[in-house]
Design a protein. Structure first.
Length: 405
């Protein structure tokens, strides 16, 4: 598709679509499906190039030298870094998501899920996002980081403020809110600067078989022969936590609603709920159908042809997971739930050097949540008014009302 021609009267360049229109926001998934067929690489009203096809997005993910992750003016470790700077930082981050750590954290995660689900009312309407999804994401992330329960409330409020500012595109508010969050992290770092803080967290976990204090352990991490700076640690923790709070909450809402809306799948998974690996596979497939994370950004480092469009150097490119994972040329009917798909085709957690390092933790959290939810109920049914889609750039649902039997 050729780029629309500008006229002498145009104040800004012509564009192919606007992801923030009311029509798109009414049903982001349907809008992306339509754009994938009509204009697979589209110039947006905000100046971003949105990429809808699976193959084109894979091309971006495989070529970080052409499609740079350095898109922010702020330090973003390690996901905002390119090779060769990226690799040593990523090696540090990957140590926090090993199979041993996931095994050690599983009882804590399960305890949180069990308690929250047990408190949900039965045989009446319950709004799942507020009653389960958001507190689960909040409490699990705090537990993983070793943070106190006193942060649960402030982080819930912070998440709401951050979401509202993002929807308004209020850059000043977003900056102030980011600084507020950094303050929470720095406070936790300061609390851990006593004797043996960093080493003690790791040693305690190794000796007892429990998950170590990740925040304390980061204080002892080295890069290129020196300790990580506070700025680098804050960036790492911000990346882990801000993304986790939003995407895990969205994922829980998507999964709960899908199970309620698809009783045959619910019945099948309920009968096999003790198979954690199968439930992790099921959560991947449900979130392929309906993405919790809509997109990520890249920046071109040279002029490039992509999907029949010529994109100049220095342009912003948007990898649309919510569209790529529904590409008919890869998945056939994108709305068909299947557990026999090739897992390598699912770009839920990305691909290449910037694939999500926290994928093992997310899969653990969601499989445990599904086990506990299915084990504590006989039925999950849709209830209340039709749910409203979350607004761009968030994915999933703004609210999900169910009846638990």
């Amino acid at each position: 598709m050729e780029k629309p021609q500008e006229t002498a009267h145009d104040a800004v360049p012509a564009f192919d679509w606007d992801p923030r229109t009311a029509e798109v926001q009414a049903d982001q998934i349907a809008a992306y499906d339509a754009m994938r067929a009509r204009c697979p690489v589209a110039l947006g009203a905000q100046g971003n190039w949105a990429v809808f096809n699976h193959a084109d997005n894979r091309e971006i993910l495989a070529d970080p030298r052409t499609f740079s992750n350095a898109v922010s003016a702020h330090l973003t470790v390690p996901n905002g870094m390119d090779p060769p700077e990226h690799a040593p930082y990523r090696a540090i981050v990957d140590k926090y998501y090993t199979p041993w750590r996931m095994h050690a954290f599983e009882p804590t995660c399960r305890g949180i899920a069990h308690r929250l689900i047990a408190a949900l009312p039965r045989h009446t309407e319950v709004e799942v996002m507020a009653a389960l999804a958001e507190p689960f994401a909040n409490e699990v992330q705090c537990a993983f980081m070793g943070w106190p329960k006193t942060l649960h409330g402030p982080l819930r409020e912070w998440t709401k403020k951050n979401h509202a500012a993002t929807l308004r595109l209020d850059r000043a508010a977003m900056s102030a809110i980011a600084l507020e969050f950094d303050g929470y992290i720095r406070e936790q770092l300061d609390l851990r600067r006593g004797p043996s803080a960093a080493a003690g967290g790791a040693a305690t976990g190794a000796a007892t078989g429990t998950a170590p204090d990740a925040t304390a352990e980061l204080l002892g991490e080295e890069i290129n022969g020196r300790l990580l700076t506070d700025e680098e640690i804050v960036s790492i923790v911000r990346n882990w936590t801000v993304g986790e709070l939003g995407t895990i909450a969205a994922s829980v809402g998507i999964i709960a609603r899908f199970l309620a809306a698809n009783p045959d799948v619910q019945t099948d998974l309920r009968g096999r709920r003790h198979d954690g690996a199968l439930l992790a596979l099921a959560s991947d497939e449900i979130l392929r159908l309906d993405a919790p994370l809509i997109a990520n950004r890249r920046r071109t480092t040279r002029e490039v042809d992509l999907g029949g469009r010529r994109i100049p150097s220095g342009e912003r490119v948007v990898v649309l997971w919510a569209s790529a994972n529904r590409d008919e040329r890869v998945f056939g009917d994108p709305d068909e739930f299947r557990l026999d798909r090739n897992p390598a085709d699912n770009l839920l957690y990305g691909e290449g050097i910037h694939a999500c390092p926290g994928a093992p933790l997310a899969r653990l959290e969601l499989s445990v949540l599904m086990q506990e939810l299915l084990g504590a109920t006989q039925t999950l049914e849709l209830a209340g008014p039709p749910p409203a889609r979350a607004a761009y750039p968030a994915g999933g649902w703004g609210s999900v009302t169910l009846r638990l039997g």
